[in-house]
Design a protein around this ligand. Structure first.
Ligand code: COA
Length: 470
């Protein structure tokens, strides 16, 4: 390892979540679904819904302003501002340009002129690429002492009545990337990716909701993250980041997991899939299978490609049974409670945030572990980021001695603020865009909102104007 390499990571973070939500019980009743399926099978209690005058740009600006104010950062301290989203507002004009426009209403016109940045797209994984590209920009010392801000912002919107409808949500997370970070330093030279052309979830031009093959996207997520994790493991062992003793798994050297969370239950399943993969060749596995009372089923084709697994219906059935049983074992549950449960709390209260979901998971992990009294100093957090289409990125970071400065003030309920429950009728009208953007349900307070959409002349089509409401 190069000892001179700057230590770079996440210094601070802030969130913005819209104040409107739908309650899972109302939703279940309206759609004729057992509420237990939503609460336990999916893991959702409240889904955040954007108001008529909110979009991914103003949610990103709101999260960024909160971050800058709380971290006492000024525009001259920022060299790059990236926004990762899959809810783009324009085919050409980047989302971060709208964000800069809003921030300059507060900090002064031209205050960000010296900075740079782009909008990044690769479904839900693009924020992780943005984070690492910016970390490397700082490591390469191209940053002239300045920090980078990466904002992940999305509105997860699915067709009314579809299976994806109960995995909706909205919100943004802004992350401050710096040298000598107060919160968490990235482990160097281990971030690993995989990529493949897939159609598990995509949104053709002009279409507001995605086309999604839900079951396929779930399986692809698991396989791609596992592959990226294999590559991470190889690098971690090669660089000496981790040394494995007899009978140990690399997951034993990761204290917490934060993974992509389209819905809470998916995080639980991702952990189960990873643990099975890492444990099945270790002595502990015989104790696991003894507790389950069956051996792990084997696919006919040992290559384990997604095509061969899907074609092997007998295996799929038996594996599903084994997976459920594994998730009931004391081995899984102990690891889940210790290493993952805290990261899933926010997901149940907010829903799917696409690019922002894993980072809201990190925020949740920090807050709820701290509230449990866990000492996080020196602890390693492993990240499993997935974007449909498809690519996965696995990386890790170490909690810094100064982490409490950031974590002690985290309070999800307070950060979201008072919320307004929508009736299903109101929600459906918002979903169908039957309410004009200037007839918002809630009254804006200390935030940016959309005030003008398009112009009276053709050359102003697509113009979006925002105001800061103090
Ligand atoms: N009580 C408790 N749990 C119940 C239940 C009940 N009455 N009825 C069903 N469930 C459970 C199922 O057993 C299943 O649990 P499992 O995950 O342990 O197998 C879970 O609820 C989901 O139900 P299921 O019928 O398998 O799925 P679905 O048809 O509702 O679809 C998605 C779920 C996620 C595929 C769908 O919401 C979707 O397409 N979402 C968008 C795409 C997405 O998020 N992909 C993720 C990867 S990026």
């Amino acid at each position: 390892m190069n000892v001179d390499m700057p230590v770079v990571g996440i210094d601070d973070l802030a969130i913005y979540v819209p104040k409107l939500y739908i309650d899972y019980k109302d939703f279940a009743q309206a759609r004729g679904i057992d509420p237990q399926k939503l609460e336990y099978g999916i893991g959702i209690r409240k889904m955040a819904i954007a108001d008529t005058n909110q979009d991914p740009a103003c949610m990103a600006a709101n999260a960024c302003l909160k971050l800058m104010q709380k971290a006492h950062i000024h525009p001259q301290d920022v060299g790059r501002l990236y926004v990762a989203t899959e809810s783009a507002l324009d085919e050409s004009k980047a989302l971060n340009s709208f964000v800069i426009g809003m921030l300059e209403q507060v900090y002064g016109e031209g205050s960000f002129e010296h900075a740079g940045g782009i909008e990044c797209k690769f479904a839900c994984v693009s924020g992780s690429y943005a984070l690492h590209d910016n970390a490397n920009w700082i490591r390469a010392e191209e940053n002239s002492g300045k920090a980078a801000i990466v904002i992940v912002s999305d509105i997860a919107k699915y067709d009314l009545g579809s299976a994806g409808e109960y995995t909706q949500g909205a919100g943004a997370v802004a992350l401050l990337i710096k040298e000598e970070p107060r919160l968490m330093a990235f482990d160097p030279k281990v971030a690993s990716t995989v990529i493949k052309n897939e159609y598990d979830f995509y949104r053709p031009f002009g279409k507001e909701t995605p086309l999604v093959n839900g079951g396929y996207s779930n399986l692809l997520y698991l396989i791609q993250v596992r592959k990226a994790f294999d590559a991470y493991k190889e690098k971690a062992l090669k660089t000496g980041l981790v040394k494995l003793n007899e009978g140990e798994a690399i997951t034993d050297h990761i204290d917490f997991f934060s993974v992509h969370l389209p819905y809470r239950r998916m995080g639980e399943k991702a952990l189960a899939y990873l643990l099975r993969h890492e444990w099945r060749h270790l002595p502990r596995w015989k104790h696991v299978t003894k507790e389950i009372g069956m051996n792990e089923p084997q696919p006919k084709d040992p290559r384990g490609t997604i095509e061969s697994i899907l074609a092997d219906t007998d295996f799929m059935k038996a594996d599903e049974q084994f997976r459920r049983a594994f998730m009931q074992t004391s081995f899984y549950n102990e690891t889940y409670e210790k290493k993952m449960a805290s990261s899933l709390e926010a997901s149940a209260q907010i829903g799917n945030l696409y690019t922002a979901s894993m980072y809201m998971g990190l925020r949740s992990l920090l807050e709820f572990e701290f509230k449990k009294g866990t000492d996080l100093e020196g602890k390693r957090i492993g990240f499993g980021s997935y974007g449909s289409g498809s690519s996965a990125m696995v990386f890790s970071g170490i909690m810094q001695p100064t982490y409490k400065e950031i974590v002690k003030g985290l309070d999800l309920e307070n950060d979201i603020g008072d919320r307004v429950k929508l009736s299903i009728d109101e929600y459906e009208r918002l979903h169908r865009k039957e309410i004009d953007f200037n007839s918002a349900v809630t009254k804006a307070h200390k935030e940016f909102v959309l005030v003008k959409l398009g112009g009276s002349t053709a050359d102003k089509a697509g113009f979006r104007e925002y105001d800061y409401v103090s």
